[in-house]
Design a protein around this ligand. Sequence first.
Ligand SMILES: *Cc1c(COP(=O)(O)O)cnc(C)c1O
Length: 832
Amino acid sequence: MTATIFQTSPIATDAVYLLTDSRQLIFPQQTLFFAIKGVRHDGHQFITDLYQKGVRQFVVEQNSLTDSLLTTLESFENTQIWTVESSLKALQDVAKQHRAQFDIPVIGVTGSNGKTIIKEWLGQLLSADYRIAKSPKSYNSQIGVPLSVWQLNDTHTLGIFEAGISQLHEMKSLQEIIQPSIGIFTNIGSAHDEGFRSRKQKVTEKLRLFTQCKQLIYRADYSDIDEEIRLILKSVNPKCELISWGSAENALVKAEWHQDTDQTYIVLNSVLEHYDNQLFAIPFTDEASVENCIHCLILMLTLGIPSTEIRQRVARLRPISMRLELKEGINNCYLIDDTYNNDLVGLTIALNFLSQQEQRPHKMAILSDLLQTGQKEEELYTQINTLLQQKGVQQLIAIGAAFVRNAHWIQVEASYFADTDDFLTKFPLQSFNNSLVLIKGARPFQFERIVHRLQQKVHGTVLEINLDALTHNLNFYRSRVGNDTKIMVMVKAFAYGNGSAEVAQLLQFHRVDYLAVAYTDEGVLLRQNGIELPIMVMNPTASTFDKLIEYKLEPEIYSHKILDEWLNFQPTLPLSDEEIDAVYPQVPIHLKLDTGMHRLGFTQADLPLLLYQLQQNPSLKVASVFSHLAGADEAVHNEFTRQQFELFSSGAELLEQTLGYRPLRHLLNSAGIVRFPEYKLDMVRLGIGLYGVEVNRLEQRSLQQIGTFKTVVSQVKHLLPGDTIGYGRMGVLEKESFIATIALGYADGYDRRFSKGIGKVLINGALCPVVGNVCMDMTMVDATGVNVQEGDEVIIFGNDLPISQLADQIGTIPYELLTGISERVKRVFYKE
Ligand SMILES: *Cc1c(COP(=O)(O)O)cnc(C)c1O
């Protein structure tokens, strides 16, 4: 039977899985794929691929239905295709219909911060009373919400979903999909301010989530939220019971709290009896956790959970790390640490991440039972089996009674343990070797104990790298250059200090077009870590040509000398002559023109000879022609930049005439992408911007800081006026002081120019200036008046202390600071 093409909605599907990202396909036969056209990706490009993998249901957009796509679709067998105006809207409509079938309480959470934590905590706190469907991770967007709600099935008795918006008019559809009966408005901050005319407009938009709620919980101390609720929500949804809490005058529930060292005592009082005279102790002391916790307490009281129960449950709450961390483990292993929960969608996300990583050949997973899925065990464990097989897991360690019971559904090599203790006592941990290990368990299994045992001990200083921020920054530049310009990412110098293999993995996953490194060895390292993208080497030397060819790296040719060496090169490779003949002339090269930078490149004067040489050697394969701007970030050089462009264009033109074909042209670096979009040509070369620094300082707000450089306090001393600190007695105290020694020195990359008060570090939120000279492995800072203890965390740079600020302090540029962080500093990668 051939394809059936429907031109009408609604979409009547028997699919079990909805898919929007082709890379996440797991169960083709049961999947409905929505081809969504975004700014950067077009799902329609992956339809054929998905069909070949077995997908038989597609939603496509009328506007993207070209003749050739239509012909392709018509050739599909046994396939259902729905053509719609907007695939995103179709996805949302499917989710709405699905939601309408369930008549259960649903909690909808929105606000600037805390949504995911509150949702996860409620999931834990209420798991004894309900079978819960909740958003995986932070699935709270226009796509994430429908996918979350789609999880609802007959066994669930409660839904908890979060909703996040970045622009006007987005909340209406989320409300229609979630249809919450109880709302939580967490708080309001500056996130996504740029999408709205005013704070007030943002609050009003968020309130649309609650237009059908029977109850709404919020903190009355946020007066802008309180006002809008009383003014706007009350007029749209007059029956909604407002359960406001806080210290504000008009709060329905008065909340007070005080902290001791590791707990906070919360007292609630109210005219309503079930909120009155309640006392709880929670194991947190920071403001954000206290606020998130009180939202949960009020919600549980609203649901009628007895206070004695609530007291016991909140006492056991633990901080939730939403991160998926990539850490170095014992015996050359890599660990993916995702220990805070385990559900099917979360597991899928984690396994996707595992399958993207090519650092180690052997892939393992340590998994706990999945709790509360509401699915039949047979169905669930066959799905898990398929997932493990599809994502290339070679060895499984399964922990928990349900896994043991269902071992017969698992076809991957596996060992089973009754609980975490059983595993830790029986399994020879030293047998983990050279593997990539995903560790993912539901909360009660306490898998952090496993991570603790398998993790390589890091000395207190780390550079944490936020992979989501990297993705965000990549997407920013992608949206700037559009679909028709390729992106080459510069991962030279250890990806600007951030770790080249890991960064390159992520870039490969996000399908950038090219990578570039400075030296051949850097390229070899990437190949050894499973990177298959084309890689340009900017500074190749004749002595490394063999390696270059062996590892399929592409040289930059910038002078007659290097061109001659390349042309006369006799490969001595572990390959047969035929193989060499087949490979060597095919190696693409990149021609660099010097248009004013005067570093590497053929000058104007070199061109005639270069043209002649190209003519004489028609087998040379020129993949690209490029040049580099000397002052793209400074307006005073605009005229010079324009001249560089003109010179480059005419040079490239001549080369093309001689070659008879058109290699890629590229000119712009990060600064140039922002300031000279008209010169984006066929490709741009993205560097520092990806790593979070906008050197023009025009678009810094559009980027996210990717790195946090931190260490710990080794010792604190109480010293007196006249005491001196460090070598050369350079720090002289004028008053009684508390001096903290931190575990970081110039050998770690903390520049000696930060000595004597020039550098400042953050300890517990306070800026502490360096006292005396920075030493090789240690530095002393003045922490007088700061609540500091040995072992406390010290931030060198991060979100609250931008790296550009540090660079300014010592008159350098962020490039130097980033690339100067020494290799002995452990890099820890994470995803939110
Ligand atoms: C490093 C480099 C870039 C990237 O520069 P950024 O300022 O980091 O964006 C681009 N092109 C060449 C030739 C480079 O060496």
